[in-house]
Design a protein around this ligand. Structure first.
Ligand code: UGA
Length: 444
């Protein structure tokens, strides 16, 4: 099938490449000429396992084309996917101006029937705004003969596993208003729905809300377990035991109940905020989501408070080794990362950071540049040199089994603040290391 994607961000690029791999002919349009030039040479601007290979191979096979020319893309695709960004504006609502801009462009240039599919995460009602925008433009062009369908097809991929998630989706949500559009989308996704039916079709508004409901549910699980972790600590219980104890109930499940330093990334914080705003707009007080956000903001300061407590309230002049900068492992993304809140709090308290992350060093350099108080180290061991304590913020695999002897020799004081409960308190205590975890009252 002929498909066009507007926006080569995480969602657009991954989905486009995966559709091309399944045999569809995909054109990706992006306004960023440098990015498009790079993609044409096979340079993928994000770190995502498997993506570069897909981009290179499908480009070489002629099934995946990159361009800045919107008209070319509009002419090509029966399906026009909108996958541009929806950054939060000042009050936290998702800004849909780019989405509507693309809709307008499609209507301004189209010459035959199009199915316009909104892939970006957008507030409920946006697809209908897309429709209104296109209608207005077609009326202005005086082309009432040109018809189109609008559909909502939210994305559920996770960073770091985006290609795998997209290639083997749990479900494909298709929000449609016409049987004809549903039929085309079913055909498009047929290669991904072979073993058992993955496509769940529904009305457009429900599809739009499904996306927010999914992310907000997951964010709720995280804030919930973080709340219990804090409580466990005060009560002298171990959250890691409790996690296993409740996860074994299939109604709860083991996933997304790992306590830590709070959720980050480009999705959960933004989507929780956007849902709160959407609720406000219809006069509804989303009390659960507000609490989820509040707990998360507190949680991001969790390690800092522990550090202050340990050092008697004064950390001026101290140096901390920080392992992990990315908001989670297997990505170089630092958007809304807990590491940033922690580093900034440490700097404000006049402490220094020696940081290491397997993938996010360049991103950290891009965000902070040359900052007094930040040294980026080549290896995780180098970060320990002369530091007063170790802070573990992201659970990269390479951090799981350090040489504790070496660690003790390199740190000024044998103390670890483990923001992801990676270390076993029995092991560290045997090594003579003081370990602060999240919600492990008994361990201290
Ligand atoms: C999330 C969702 O998981 C995807 O399904 C969704 O498609 C995506 O947002 C999106 O809307 O685009 P992502 O932001 O890539 O994906 O990251 P997650 O793996 O969900 O992790 C989010 C945050 O939660 C991370 O900071 C992670 O460390 C934290 N987390 C996760 C915990 O603190 N505890 C857990 O048990 C799980």
């Amino acid at each position: 099938m002929q498909v066009t994607f507007f926006g080569t961000g995480y969602v657009g690029l991954v989905q486009a490449a995966v559709l091309a791999e399944a045999g569809h002919h995909v054109i990706c349009v992006d306004i960023d000429a440098r990015k498009v030039e790079g993609l044409k040479q096979g340079h993928v601007p994000i770190y995502e396992p498997g993506l570069e290979r897909l981009v290179k191979e499908n480009s070489a096979a002629g099934r995946l084309v990159f361009t800045t020319d919107a008209a070319e893309g509009i002419e090509h695709g029966t399906l026009q996917f909108i996958a541009v960004g929806t950054p939060p504006d000042e009050d936290g609502s998702a800004d849909i101006k780019y989405v509507l801009g693309v809709a307008d462009q499609i209507a301004a240039n189209m010459a035959d029937h199009k199915i316009v599919v909104v892939k970006s995460t957008v507030p409920v009602g946006t697809s209908h705004k897309v429709k209104a925008t296109m209608k207005a433009r077609l009326a202005e062009r005086n082309r009432p003969d040109l018809t189109f369908d609008v559909a909502s097809n939210p994305e559920f991929l996770k960073e770091g596993a985006a290609v795998a998630d997209c290639s083997k989706p749990d479900r494909i949500i298709v929000g449609v208003e016409s049987e004809a559009a549903e039929k085309v989308l079913r055909e498009l996704y047929a290669p991904f729905s072979r073993n058992h039916e993955k496509i769940i079709s529904m009305d457009i508004r429900s599809a739009e809300l499904t996306k927010y409901a999914a992310n907000c549910m997951l964010a709720t699980k995280i804030s919930f377990i973080n709340e219990i972790a804090n409580l466990a600590e005060l009560l002298g219980a171990d959250i890691e035991k409790i996690r296993l104890g409740i996860g074994s109930d299939p109604r709860i499940g083991y996933q997304f109940i790992y306590p830590g330093v709070g959720y980050g990334g480009s999705c959960f914080p933004k989507d929780v905020q956007a849902l709160i705003r959407t609720a406000d707009e219809v006069g509804f007080d989303a009390t659960v989501m507000k609490s989820v956000e509040r707990r998360n903001n507190l949680q991001k300061r969790f390690l800092f408070d522990k550090i202050l407590q340990h050092f008697g309230g004064d950390i001026a002049g101290k140096t901390f080794a920080m392992w992990g900068l990315a908001f989670k492992p297997n990505t170089d993304d630092m958007r809304e990362a807990p590491s940033r809140v922690l580093m900034e709090a440490l700097w404000a308290a006049k402490a220094k950071v020696r940081a290491y992350d397997p993938k996010a060093m360049d991103e950290c350099r891009r965000i902070y540049g040359e900052v007094d108080g930040l040294e980026l180290c080549e290896t995780q061991e180098e970060a320990l040199e002369g530091a007063d304590a170790l802070l573990l913020v992201t659970e990269w695999k390479s951090f799981f089994a350090p040489d504790f002897g070496q660690l003790k020799r390199m740190l000024k004081e044998p103390v670890i603040f483990d923001g992801r409960n990676v270390f076993d308190p029995v092991v560290t205590s045997r090594q003579g290391i003081t370990l602060y975890g999240v919600g492990r009252g008994l361990a201290e």
